[in-house]
Design a protein around this ligand. Structure first.
Ligand code: BG6
Ligand code: MG
Length: 218
């Protein structure tokens, strides 16, 4: 029986994936190269330092660890400029309604994000109080596709993975959920999220009962 839902943040609850992309692009452009939206898909769910390593690889650039840290911090400053301007309008369609429905129906709700800015982003859009546990990049030691973030979320809610549904927009996140024995709902396209139990293009108008039927759980 499903008792809990674990939500990724960027690209599931809030429309921040575009800001991560913009900020990383700014860094790449400053270093004299560019990368595509398709390449950007590989960055979703991936930690800040793992992301910079991938991007520099695409640009064929080698930096010292100190320079990498400097650029990662610069990227984060750019990202925070976008984040500071966020309000409720950046909640993705249907996310607030689904979380509210879950709370009303007695499901446990937690966040499972790779971001170190998760608390700030949730505060900016007024959704922090809905999450009983927040497992984010400040608490994990292993990046998705490792299931650690969701395992910690399930443990914080006192639930087994098989009692939880994970909502994820990243391929690495869906892989993490499946590796941990969770039910996975992919948010986006079946092209890269096909391993999920269910793929939705949006949460708009979606209720937990629809999801339970579609992933054939009773
Ligand atoms: C994930 C995003 O949620 O968090 C990634 O999908 C991002 O794109 C990662 O790199 C780390 O985020 P932050 O805010 O700690 O740099
Ligand atoms: Mg995401």
């Amino acid at each position: 029986m499903i008792k809990a839902c674990l939500f990724d943040l960027d690209g599931v609850i809030v429309d921040t994936a575009k800001y991560h992309y913009k900020a990383w692009k700014k860094m790449a452009n400053s270093l004299g190269f560019d990368f595509s939206e398709k390449e950007n898909e590989q960055l979703k769910g991936v930690s800040r330092m793992d992301s910079i390593n991938l991007i520099l690889g695409w640009g064929g650039i080698t930096l010292s660890e100190a320079d990498k840290a400097k650029w990662a911090s610069q990227k984060n400053d750019w990202y925070l400029e976008y984040l500071q301007k966020m309000d409720k309008s950046e909640i993705l369609p249907g996310a607030l309604e689904l979380v509210q429905e879950l709370k009303e129906k007695g499901y446990r709700v937690a966040l499972g994000s790779s971001s170190k800015n998760a608390v700030l982003a949730l505060s900016k859009v007024g959704m922090l109080h809905y999450f009983e546990a927040i497992i984010d990049g400040t608490k994990t030691t292993r990046s998705k596709p490792d299931p650690q973030v969701f395992e910690m979320g399930a443990a914080a809610l006192d639930c087994k993975p098989s009692e939880c549904i994970v909502f994820e927009d990243a391929e690495s996140g869906v892989e993490a959920a499946i590796a941990g024995g969770f039910y996975a709902v992919g948010m986006g396209s079946p092209d890269n999220l096909g391993k999920a139990h269910l793929v939705l293009s949006s949460l708009e108008g979606v209720s937990i009962d629809d999801i339970l039927v579609k992933i054939t759980i009773s």
